[in-house]
Design a protein around this ligand. Structure first.
Ligand SMILES: NC(=O)c1ccc[n+]([C@@H]2O[C@H](COP(=O)([O-])OP(=O)(O)OC[C@H]3O[C@@H](n4cnc5c(N)ncnc54)[C@H](O)[C@@H]3O)[C@@H](O)[C@H]2O)c1
Length: 307
């Protein structure tokens, strides 16, 4: 595997062969419901052992009882000790003792205090930033632990002996579109692309990759029935959770895919329900490309080993 290079968008119309995933182990945070559950089902269907870390014990246990090959581990991603236990238990549940793939999917959206006005004649109230705690802080814990395990398994020197590993971060339309009234959620989802942009340059040292999946509206529990009714009343077509599952398999099946952002689309925008946005480079902008090159060359060595 080599350092990051922009190679153009991934062709998402291609048939792909997920057989290389068989026997690997994955962790999916927030995998007990919604799109996370679809990632879990897609992975299990191609022979991946899956550990689900989720707050929802009732649903997690139900899934564990229903689907052979998965283990549910109760976990609040905002708690470091919970995530340490999630990764430790996943490694011991893994038939190989290794963790190949991590899908950092757990996320929330709430009414945003940063946006809401405190009311006439009221001083500004300190905003609730718990969306940041879950979506960024919790995900950074997942990222930290993923890197720890990937480096432990593969070392830090690129070699053909390294086994492919991949971290998948979950963005949203809010990671690249203007989404009114939710500055905090938007910040957390743009942040997923920021994390990816930083790590895609160094992942090859430990034989790894990092990509982002950004779903369009998918009907889950993340928003209320009323919110989804409004979306469809506006004539807006939803995307499908199963297409997110296939997008994940497409990414994991092709070890050359590193540093890309995929969009889970309404089917009217792409026949298979997902596409490579090809948003994450500045092709055609020579000035930005030159600045980017200088940035990578000059990245401060004091920040760590992988320069
Ligand atoms: N559904 C959509 O329209 C949509 C659109 C764009 C992005 N997304 C993103 O996709 C991801 C999954 O969303 P979803 O729609 O499936 O939501 P969901 O609410 O249906 O499922 C989220 C899961 O995460 C779990 N979870 C929440 N907080 C947690 C925590 N602190 N620790 C551990 N688990 C936790 C929940 O228990 C639940 O099982 C999120 O990151 C979300 O931002 C969803």
């Amino acid at each position: 595997m080599e350092g990051y290079k922009h190679t153009g968008p991934v062709n998402c119309n291609l048939e792909f062969d997920p057989s290389s995933l068989k026997g690997k182990t994955a962790i999916v945070t927030g995998g007990a419901n919604g799109i996370g559950e679809a990632y879990v089902r897609a992975l299990v269907a191609v022979g991946v052992t899956v550990c689900v870390g989720d707050l929802d014990v009732a649903k997690g246990k139900k899934l564990e009882a229903e689907i052979p090959g998965i283990k549910f581990i109760q976990c609040d991603i905002t708690k470091w000790d919970d995530q340490v236990r999630l990764f430790r238990e996943a490694a011991s549940f893994s038939p190989t003792g290794k963790i190949a793939y991590v899908v950092a999917n757990a996320g929330i959206i709430r009414q945003d205090d940063v946006f809401l006005n405190s009311g006439e004649n009221q001083g500004p109230a300190k905003p609730d930033l718990s969306t940041i705690d879950v979506n960024i802080k919790g995900t950074l814990y997942t990222v930290k632990l993923s890197l720890h395990y990937f480096v432990k398994q593969n070392g830090e020197t690129p070699s053909s002996m390294q086994e492919d590993t991949c971290l998948v971060l979950i963005g949203s339309g809010a990671a690249f579109l203007d989404c009114p009234r939710i500055p905090q959620y938007s910040a957390t989802k743009w942040a997923m692309r920021g994390i990816m942009h930083s790590l895609r340059r160094t992942a090859f040292y430990y034989g790894s990759r990092v990509n982002v999946i950004s779903p369009w509206y998918v009907k889950t529990n993340i928003l209320s029935e009323e919110d989804f009714a409004h979306v469809t009343e506006m004539g807006v077509q939803l995307a499908e959770a199963e297409d997110a599952g296939q997008c994940l398999l497409r990414i994991l099946s092709d070890t050359s895919i590193n540093g890309h952002s995929f969009f889970i689309t309404a089917r009217k925008w792409s026949a298979q329900g997902y596409m490579d946005l090809d948003l994450d480079d500045y092709l055609g902008n020579d000035l930005l490309l030159e600045i980017q090159e200088d940035q990578v060359k000059s990245a401060p060595v004091s920040m760590g080993l992988f320069v």
